[in-house]
Design a protein around this ligand. Structure first.
Ligand SMILES: Nc1nc2c(c(=O)[nH]1)N[C@H]1C(S)=C(S)[C@@H](COP(=O)(O)O)O[C@H]1N2
Ligand SMILES: [Mo]
Length: 417
């Protein structure tokens, strides 16, 4: 039987297998009779006239740095040990709905249009900014995390016995970078933002996304004008270098502290509207669905919640009667982390971890905790944090069918030998 490529989980598994067998995803698609499923995607990579290699992701994904999930790649937490505040690009997670497009910055334009701009320019006569135009505007540099809303999703099943759909990330769908670019507010002002504007709809240039046979069009998610004017960046640099193709080259949005989907990569155009805007990414996805929510779901998700992770392999093995300095990080979409605690006895007792280094409100704090295990066996290591608003990490995360916002304490298994 042919795999049902319209089912996201199947699709991702098939892609992972294709990459493992080192066959090109599009070449394999033709051979496996999947052409029809892919035809509807528009094949924007073909549209760009450039080939981006064999898989949906351009950069190397060595197994010691990444866990493959189809079109996505998860950072291994042990690969963050020894890195600073900013996640090196070679190990920064990638979340692609389809595939990384290769875009020529020389011909690229950012196009703004819609009823929220002076004169209501239509999509056919937008206000345009070239890459050079953006480089010429006053730049700003910020440290901010980007985190997938489904980060931690695997723990709904493994810790809570709940089936949810979507990529089964552990905690590696998050990274912190130093982003440089132009405040979105600067460009909106120049484009003639009016006081009546309420929503923006930034849209990517990657191929159209097909979900269960339905073409949902290019990735786009409405963003309220209030957030856009507050701290959103049109980023063209990541950690001091031009954006890598997988992270949105030539220009992406960085929407600090919010769900990762807001930070649209390969930005092509922005509709600016005097009316509320909708797309599948703020109606059918990125809301909470399930028995505790109305049929249309919760309000669209905005801020990320509090999380903590150890910089240790999953199922790590450590030596008995030695002092191990456990290290990890905690972060929150609400602001600074105020306190971190660790438990090495499955949650019976907790002690403070020692935090160190910079403590940015939109990044993460690094911490350490010395531990000298006295007996061999299996242990669960737990870490939990509280942020400046008093928000912490509960023992269980509220169930939702799409497995978003897993903010509960994660039980990290290790074996002492
Ligand atoms: N155009 C476009 N933008 C996108 C996406 C995408 O598939 N296409 N994925 C979004 C999601 S769901 C996340 S979590 C982040 C991931 O950013 P990264 O791949 O740079 O880590 O990008 C967001 N921006
Ligand atoms: Mo995401």
């Amino acid at each position: 039987m042919e795999p049902d490529l319209t089912d996201e989980a199947t699709y991702e598994r098939v892609r992972a297998e294709q990459r493992l067998s080192r066959r090109g995803v599009f070449r394999a698609a033709a051979g496996a009779g999947l052409g029809a499923a892919l035809a509807g995607t528009g094949m924007a990579r073909a549209g760009t006239g450039l080939a981006a290699g064999d898989g949906p992701i351009v950069k190397p994904l060595p197994p010691e740095l990444f866990i493959a999930h189809g079109t996505n790649a998860e950072t291994r937490w042990e690969a963050l040990k020894g890195t600073g505040q900013h996640t090196p690009v070679d190990r920064f997670f990638v979340r692609n709905h389809v595939a990384t497009p290769l875009i020529d910055a020389g011909t690229w334009r950012l196009r703004l249009w819609g009823s929220g701009l002076r004169g209501s320019p239509g999509a056919d006569r937008p206000i345009e900014f070239s890459y050079e135009d953006l480089l010429g505007l006053r730049a700003e540099t910020i440290t901010a995390f980007i985190e997938c809303t489904g980060n931690g999703r695997a723990f709904y099943a493994s810790q809570q016995g709940q089936q949810v759909s979507g990529t089964p990330w552990r905690l590696g769908a998050v990274g912190v970078a130093r982003w440089r670019g132009v405040p979105l507010s600067t460009v909106l002002e120049r484009a003639g933002l009016t006081r009546r504007a309420v929503d923006l709809l930034p849209r990517g240039l990657d191929p159209e996304y097909v979900d269960k046979g339905e073409n949902l069009g290019r990735v786009r998610r409405p963003l309220p004008v209030a957030k856009a004017l507050k701290d959103v960046l049109l980023a063209y640099e990541m950690n001091g270098a031009p954006l890598a193709p997988d992270h949105g080259y030539p220009v992406r949005l960085v929407v600090p502290s919010w769900v990762g989907i807001a930070s649209i990569k390969w930005l092509g155009d922005i509709e600016v509207s005097d009316r509320p805007l909708f797309s599948p990414w703020n109606t059918r996805y990125y809301r909470l669905f399930g028995p505790d929510h109305p049929p249309e779901g919760s309000a669209p998700l905005t801020r990320m919640n509090v999380k903590s992770a150890f910089e240790l392999p999953w199922e790590a093995r450590l030596a008995v009667h030695r002092t191990h300095v456990l290290t990890g990080r905690s972060w929150s979409g609400n602001g600074r982390i105020r306190r971190v605690e660790v438990s090495v006895d499955g949650g019976a007792t907790w002690r403070r971890a020692r935090t160190s280094g910079p403590h940015p409100a939109r990044g993460w704090v690094r911490w350490e905790f010395p531990w000298r295990p006295k007996a061999p066996g299996r242990y669960e290591l737990l870490a939990r944090a509280v942020d400046e608003t008093g928000a912490g990490q509960p023992a269980t995360a509220p169930y939702n069918t799409l497995g978003y916002l897993f903010g509960a304490v994660v039980r990290h298994p290790v074996t002492i030998t």
